[in-house]
Each structure stands twice: as structure tokens, then as C-alpha cells.
Write a protein that binds this ligand. Sequence first.
Ligand SMILES: O=C(O)CCC(=O)C(=O)O
Length: 194
Amino acid sequence: MHSTLPYGLTYQPDFISEAMADALVAALDGSPWDETLKRRVQHFGYRYDYRARAVTGDAYLGPLPDWLLDVVASLVSSGYFPQPPDQVIANEYHPGQGISAHVDCVPCFGDNIASLSLLSPCEMIFRHPDTGEKRTLVLQPRSLLKMDGPARYQWTHEIPARQADIVDGERRPRRRRISLTFRNVVRTTSVGRR
Ligand SMILES: O=C(O)CCC(=O)C(=O)O
């Protein structure tokens, strides 16, 4: 139930059309995937350095590609971002792949984080490190997950590395999923020379 979700978390089903989702997947598959992590990724705007947990001064990759700009505009016009996000990471998950529990880098990124889901549904888990509370949410394709406040800064989020999720008592095998995470880089000295 959405009323029990962490404070600061908004879930919007059908944030984009099917045509837009298809266009985003086609654009991503027409761009080079980085295969150096366990899951394939693409970074736009700025490269995030997973090892240093930082966005460094030489990380600027250039403006976001044109095919991301309609989604960026929708994030602003919907009120999810006061300023257009300038950093995007695409994550690809095959069945059995996930992402470990984390809070998005606090010194690197601003107050608003949004993740757009494509292709397969999957379950995301949120945990509060102090209270031990746990919440789960199934992210449907074309949905938007927006995190700010406690959901962005206190609760961790993760995708368990599973072949299938159990939803309403039923086993739902996962398929290939792609997410696009939108952020604003905080222009501190960690970004440097800008
Ligand atoms: O795949 C997702 O929806 C979330 C991705 C994520 O947590 C991240 O890129 O930090």
C-alpha cells in the first residue's frame, strides 16, 4: 500500500507512454553499454565513479542526449525536479541480477532522485537502518519512483538478485529490466574546475 511507503517516496505508474518506453530502450540499445560491472550500465551527463563513490572534476561527459530530453522535461513539468536533472545512469538487469542496498551518494547528488523502470517488473526493497523497518514495492514498467527527504537520505533501497519475485502470493519470473536514474550533480569541489 502506498500509504505505508517511506516518507518522501512517490510512485507513479504509467509515467511514460509505451511508445516512449520503446524509444528509450531502442536508444539505449543503440548506445554502447559499459560491461565492467556485474550489470551493464550507461552514464550520461557525468560519469559516476563507483570505486571512489564520487563525481570527480573530469567526470563531465557532455549534455544529456536529445532522446532523454522529453523525459527530463516531464520530470520538471510534473514537479518532480525543480531543475532539470543533469546526470542519468541506465542500469540493465537480467534475471538473477540486482543492486545492493544503498543510499545514493549524498555529497555527489542533490535532494531529488528518480528512477524510471522499463521492460520487466521487479521488486525493490527499502530499509530504515535505525528502526529496522522494511518496505517492498513492485516497480512496473513505465513507472516512476521518486525519492526525496527520508526516502532519499535515510532509507536504503535495493533490488534483490533473484530470478523471480513473489507478488500477491504468485511467482513472477523476471525478464530483462532497464532503469534510468535521474539526478542533479551537486557542484562542490568534488566536481572541481567547473
Ligand atoms: O534500478 C533501479 O530502479 C534503481 C537503480 C539505483 O538504485 C541506482 O542507480 O543507484
